[in-house]
Write a protein that binds this ligand. Structure first.
Ligand SMILES: *Cc1c(COP(=O)(O)O)cnc(C)c1O
Length: 368
């Protein structure tokens, strides 16, 4: 049995006819950049998240960048996020000229907490970026409360958390802005790069739109020198087709995660914990083991693909050296970076495959 980490080929086989039809439409209409297909997707994506304002863009990294820019975050400002995230979260902070400040994650949820953020708030702190890592919803009640107390803005990084809810409200709708990635391997993936920004007001949507499209107020009137971060028509059309399956795909991810959880908890392993009122949509299924190299070798020998997300916390990355981010206690992120393993989790898995992975994993894995 050969089990890939993500199976985009099988997924494509199931939706091929619909995808080919819309690609043909986009080509016939030459609706290549923005246009009616992107508009339709924007409307539908907002609707499933219960969001009112938002706009598609080029990718998940530029989504964070344009959100910060539209909010006026720039040089002289500090933005707090977690050290255990994909580097894009911090790249966006750097891109707008602000200074990244990193906090450790919680030991059990692997998420930002208000207590850890509060320790690093200073006079220059302008915004926080909670990351709903692995598709696990951050404790948005305490983070919103904290942001209100210190007058900070919130940009939620929802790149791994499409259709994920906290207290029955979709992530991406708690702060000033929420940002999504449609990188092909994400829970909702384009056939190339694409992203999305949800925002909490019409005025902010207008500003984000300008940041995405050359600072335009009309075709050749530019209020800002902003750049080009637009979504392609083909990606909008493809995403609109795939969006119809997102709920079903999310439930399947959760179903496989529960099957893993049951088997692993019984053997005393620690599995991703959600915060009270929060859910997890399992972009990744991570689990800490004491003998990671050994487990990875065994799984690979059994033709089971696995990964590490992420092996180096950002405070230790060479790319960010000049920000002197190493000060402070990052013990949860540092421990999990050395013990954490990601097992295959995608909707198209079968019960037989999941049970095979469980069997091979339990044969060799040791608890931390
Ligand atoms: C994927 C990802 C991004 C970046 O998205 P791209 O579309 O690849 O630019 C940002 N943040 C997190 C947490 C991600 O997982």
């Amino acid at each position: 049995m050969n089990i890939p980490f993500v199976d985009l080929k099988t997924q494509y086989q199931g939706i091929k006819e619909d995808i080919k039809a819309v690609i043909d439409n986009v080509l016939e209409e030459c609706a290549f950049v923005g246009g009616p297909y992107v508009k339709s997707f924007e409307k539908n994506f907002l609707e499933v998240h219960g969001a009112q304002y938002g706009i598609g863009c080029a990718n998940g990294t530029s989504a964070i960048t344009v959100a910060l820019r539209a909010l006026g975050v720039g040089p002289g400002d500090e933005v707090i996020t977690v050290t255990n995230t994909f580097i894009a979260t911090v790249e966006a902070i750097v891109e707008v000229g602000a200074t990244p400040v990193l906090v450790d994650c919680d030991a059990d949820t692997y998420l930002m907490t208000a207590a850890k953020v509060e320790e690093k708030i200073g006079p220059k702190t302008k915004a926080i970026i909670p990351v709903h890592l692995y598709g696990n919803a951050c404790p948005m009640d305490e983070l919103v409360h904290l942001a209100n107390r210190y007058k900070l803005m919130i940009v939620e990084d929802c790149a791994q958390a499409h259709l994920c809810h906290f207290d029955s409200q979709a992530v991406g709708t708690f702060g000033e802005a929420g940002t999504f990635s449609f990188y092909p391997g994400k829970n909702l993936g384009a056939y190339g790069d694409a992203g999305f920004v949800t925002v909490n007001s019409e005025d902010l949507e207008k500003r984000v739109r300008m940041e995405i499209d050359h600072g335009r107020t009309s075709k050749y009137e530019h209020e800002l020198s902003a750049g080009n971060f637009r979504m392609d028509g083909l990606q909008g059309a493809i995403l609109d087709v795939k969006l119809k399956h997102l709920k079903d795909w999310t439930e399947k991810r959760q179903k496989w995660a529960q099957r893993y959880n049951q088997a692993f908890i019984k053997e005393g392993f620690k599995v991703i914990k959600s915060v009270e009122k929060g859910e997890c949509v399992y972009h990744l299924y991570v689990i800490e083991v004491a003998n990671r190299d050994e487990v990875m070798t065994c799984l690979q020998d059994a033709d089971i693909a696995c990964g590490i997300h992420y092996p180096i916390p950002l405070h230790k990355q060479k790319a960010l050296e000049r920000y002197n981010l190493r000060g402070g206690d990052f013990s949860n992120s540092e421990r999990s970076a050395t013990t954490m393993l990601s097992l295959p989790i995608f909707p198209e898995l079968s019960e037989g495959q999941v049970d095979y992975i469980i069997e091979k994993f339990l044969k060799i894995a040791k608890r931390v």
